[in-house]
Write a protein that binds this ligand. Structure first.
Ligand SMILES: NC(=O)c1ccc[n+]([C@@H]2O[C@H](COP(=O)([O-])OP(=O)(O)OC[C@H]3O[C@@H](n4cnc5c(N)ncnc54)[C@H](OP(=O)(O)O)[C@@H]3O)[C@@H](O)[C@H]2O)c1
Length: 301
């Protein structure tokens, strides 16, 4: 597999009416890595932006690194290939560079993304992520995807996968929530010691429902010191610790701003000051799934 580009464009909550243009702006600005998912219900519009730039001759398919994710209602082995093909069709691609298991948890199959019981809790499927993984491995063998990985796995779940008998392909990344308020030191150490890269999602603290991470006084002070924006500081922070980072924006000025991180370096002291902001603050907790047998956040990391 090609190395995962250190910086990618996130596409969650990128409205279908805005994301085609955002992808075009991003490609012109130099983004080559796009983080997509069936769940985001905008893969067709992301694909339109990609197609446009390939047709214009700005990039070739080989220049790009496109990621999608298998949603939880498709964990049955018999459903995995069709789910992947659906994402490929929407993205207008004949292969994905990377396909991730979005969560370690299987949900009841059907058209609803979050099938709930009477108490508002997720209805599980009786699948095991090790079996789902085997169906994902088949996608590599048949050439639909170049590599496979996981997302929202805790270290025990990742260990279990890595120790799976007859594992044909290792997960190349674990995509997890990661930012200065949730630095994920232990999980990153664990993953990197097992030769699994880490991809940081929610790196800017998310949208308005998120947290005002970019207003944090420490981030603000460091931003002023380097004459950079707070977003550029928290993006650079991840890249400097060898963590892949996928900030989302549909705003052209911000998309261009977010790729500027490459041209400066944070001092060790500033890196440590950012690490010290850790408060184990997790935003993406999927509370309706907290009773699921494979809920990942019941242990420390
Ligand atoms: N695997 C998973 O379970 C999972 C979960 C969550 C996210 N993800 C992936 O990770 C990506 C990133 O996470 P996220 O979208 O939750 O949050 P995020 O990237 O931390 O934050 C996105 C928010 O920051 C704003 N923003 C972007 N650049 C900015 C800048 N330079 N200055 C100020 N604000 C800026 C965006 O606004 P505008 O767009 O309006 O510019 C948007 O409101 C997602 O899009 C998705 O691809 C994966």
């Amino acid at each position: 597999m090609e190395k995962i580009p250190a910086l990618g464009l996130g596409t969650w909550k990128a409205a279908p009416g805005e994301v085609t243009e955002a992808v075009k702006v991003a490609i012109d600005a130099g983004f080559r890595h796009f983080d997509c998912a069936y769940l985001y219900h905008n893969e067709s519009e992301v694909g339109a932006g990609i197609q446009c730039k390939i047709r214009e001759g700005v990039v070739t398919r080989q220049d790009l690194f496109v990621v999608s994710k298998l949603w939880c209602t498709r964990h049955e082995k018999s459903l995995v290939k069709a789910a992947c093909t659906k994402s490929l069709k929407a993205l207008k691609l004949d292969y994905l560079d990377l396909y991730l298991m979005h969560w370690p948890m299987g949900f009841k199959p059907g058209e609803e993304d979050l099938p709930l019981d009477r108490n508002g809790m997720v209805l599980p499927s009786d699948t095991d992520f090790l079996d789902t993984w085997e169906a994902m491995e088949d996608l590599v063998v048949t050439g639909l995807v170049r590599a496979i990985g996981v997302s929202n796995f805790n270290h025990q779940q990742l260990e279990r996968l890595l120790n799976k008998p007859n594992l044909r392909f290792k997960p190349v990344t674990n995509q997890v929530e990661c930012h200065p308020y949730l630095t994920q030191k232990n999980l990153i150490n664990f993953c990197q010691s097992r030769d699994v890269t880490v991809t940081a999602y929610r790196p800017l603290g998310g949208s308005s429902e998120g947290v005002a991470l970019l207003d944090d006084p420490v981030i603000q002070r460091i931003a002023q010191k380097y004459n950079r924006s707070p977003a550029q500081i928290v993006i650079r922070f991840q890249i400097q610790r060898n963590v892949i980072v996928i900030p989302k924006s549909v705003t052209p000025t911000r998309i261009r701003e977010n790729i500027q991180e490459r041209v400066f370096e944070l001092s060790e002291t500033d890196m440590n000051d950012i690490l010290d902001l850790d408060r184990n603050f997790r935003m993406c907790t999927l509370p309706t799934a907290k009773n699921h047998k494979d809920y990942p956040f019941n242990i420390e990391y």
